[in-house]
Design a protein around this ligand. Structure first.
Ligand SMILES: Cc1ncc(COP(=O)(O)O)c(C=O)c1O
Length: 395
């Protein structure tokens, strides 16, 4: 039998997290996580659950009854949306212009769906005309798309237009707002979204582990009318609502500390005001974008569909992207993201989310990235970048 491993005290390096997530956790969230645990049906915990749901409705801009955190990361929330809304044999339309659209297809297939795609190049949003053509060609029952594609830094600019196409065809629209909720404008009710899901570790600046979802009343009716229960017992939202809804009966033990964290993260959203928060992300990330451009590095996404929470920039010619990432970690304790999928090796992904979306972090990231690129032999004007950033912050 193994003897006790000699493992030292936990001392992770203190990184500045400016990649695709997780982001830095707000100190108030960390404090909330140090508070005592409660039983999952303790009246004090039930009150906390009610508060979390009310705060989530505020962040999603919705009155949906079925609004709750799923125990797990964003992918668990994603699987809750697809696993419950897709019934075996249904046709599901998903996008091909990013990594997470691809994951939607995998989940829809596991839920028994026939998957068809609507195409756009990586680095560009879906075109509404292509979505309409895909509906005419395939008559899908469910259409999933990504509001904030973390692999490309692209924001799908006109969510209501795409949702309307789905509704004109009597289909359901599932929207991924993993990298936008709490940081980039998202309005579940006004945009008539049927189901949306997110995570806690990006614009909400919480640790991963309790991931928001919301289902409209129309979506709830579809789930409740299913002929067969969804394939996953754990992620069956109708079963989970027995715990998060009025019945308050045991389904699974809530991840107490993650629920506390989410409550505090969402309280910070409510205190700041959701529209001010969207505006802060635009201003901070706008300064970052202006800074990298002035430095001589090209953003991937056009301004009209740029995603403030995640700016993707081209790796300058001759630069080894992995070496830049390693240098930033070693020399500066700073994390950024590299490219994924079709953009692997071609881009850096610069996050500017939640608590990390503040002037100190933007200035630090710009100067450190400038240094790293300069050491790799790229022609960058770090001074011009810093000046452009400062001008934008002063606006
Ligand atoms: C757009 C998008 N969807 C889904 C996910 C999956 O979330 P998680 O990694 O928290 O499971 C991510 C993760 O980065 C994401 O960016």
């Amino acid at each position: 039998m193994p003897s006790p491993p000699q493992v030292g005290e936990l001392t992770p390096p203190n990184r500045t997290l400016m990649g695709p997530g997780p982001t830095e956790v707000h100190p108030r969230v960390l404090r909330a996580m140090g508070t005592p645990l409660l039983g999952y049906l303790d009246p004090a915990f039930v009150e906390i659950m009610d508060e979390v749901q009310a705060l989530l409705r505020y962040a999603f801009r919705t009155d949906n009854d079925w609004t709750l955190p799923i125990s797990g990361t964003g992918s668990a929330a994603m699987e809750t949306a697809f696993g419950n809304l897709v019934e075996p044999g249904e046709t599901v339309l998903v996008p091909s212009n990013g990594y997470f659209g691809g994951r939607m297809g995998k989940m829809a297939r596991r839920a028994g769906g026939e998957v068809v795609t609507v195409d756009a190049p990586w680095g560009e949003p879906l075109d509404a005309a292509d979505v309409a053509d895909a509906f005419d060609a395939h008559q899908p029952d469910v259409f999933g798309f990504v509001h904030a594609e973390t692999s490309t830094g692209v924001r799908q600019p006109d969510v209501p237009a795409l949702v309307d196409i789905a509704h004109e065809h009597d289909a359901y629209a599932i929207v991924d707002c993993v990298t936008s909720l709490g940081g980039v404008e998202f309005r579940a009710d006004e945009w008539n979204v049927d189901a949306a899901y997110s995570c806690s570790q990006k614009c909400l600046s919480c640790p991963p582990g309790a991931s928001p979802v919301t289902f409209s009343d129309r979506a709830r009716e579809k789930v409740l009318a299913r002929e067969e229960s969804s394939g996953s017992w754990y992620l069956d939202v109708a079963e989970i609502m027995a715990y998060w809804g009025e019945e308050r009966s045991y389904h699974h033990t809530a991840p107490t500390t993650n629920v506390y964290a989410l409550r505090e993260g969402l309280r910070l959203v409510a205190e700041e005001g959701i529209e001010h928060r969207w505006d802060r992300h635009r201003r901070m990330a706008g300064a970052l974008r202006a800074g990298v451009e002035a430095m001589g590095v090209d953003p991937v996404a056009d301004e009209s569909y740029w995603l403030p929470s995640l700016t993707t920039v081209r790796v300058p010619g001759g630069v080894d992207d992995a070496a830049v990432g390693d240098y930033l970690l070693d020399a500066y304790d700073l994390e950024i993201g590299g490219g994924l999928g079709d953009l692997a090796g071609e881009v850096f992904r610069l996050g500017c989310m939640g608590y990390s979306a503040r002037p100190a972090n933007v200035a630090f990231l710009l100067s450190a990235l400038g240094d790293a690129l300069d050491r790799q032999g790229a022609t960058v004007d770090v001074g011009a970048g810093m000046a452009a950033m400062r001008d934008r912050l002063a606006e």
